[in-house]
Design a protein around this ligand. Sequence first.
Ligand code: FES
Ligand code: FES
Length: 200
Amino acid sequence: MKEPSEKKQHLSRRFFIKSTSAFAALALMPHSVKAFYHDIKDTFFIKKEIIGLQLKINGKAYSLRSDSRTTLLDLLREQLQLTGTKKGCDHGQCGACTVHVNGDRVLSCLTLAATLPQTEVTTIEGLANGSELHPMQEAFLEHDGFQCGYCTPGQIMSAVACVKEGHTNSVEEIKEFMSGNICRCGAYNGITNAVKSVAT
Ligand code: FES
Ligand code: FES
């Protein structure tokens, strides 16, 4: 059995050999491998950059400064406190974050705010005309198109676009073109009836 002092000496010798080997491996790493590592880093980790943004949201012009990587959803909710647009999955799967850009429905969680100069963004806050609700908002109330209401702003923005696109010729078509908006409460019948009533 080794004496404690002998053991300590053995460990420190082992540590010395291991650490010098690691440094030597790093130093000897081929230039091409290092360049590859830097390419990967630049590709997948976009550097932080604060940029100026000019946006028109609900008819109002905004001049802002923001991280170039900010999504429209985060800009709306966290910088402008327009929290009517909801964050569900943040991955383009639930539709809760739907807003209009130039009248077309888009998922704001997948849209970089920096890509939107010269565009007109409309959120659920901009749909009503003062105290007068949009017909689709009225229809959701009338047809019980919601329960908890979390998905509702996205559903309504999608529904308005669905009618405008003309995808309302049958219940099946409405369901198909509203299928990007998930409702965990299962208020689908009310939602479909609301869209149908506005379309007709
Ligand atoms: S939060 Fe954008 S699709 Fe779910
Ligand atoms: S009303 Fe609750 S998720 Fe749709």
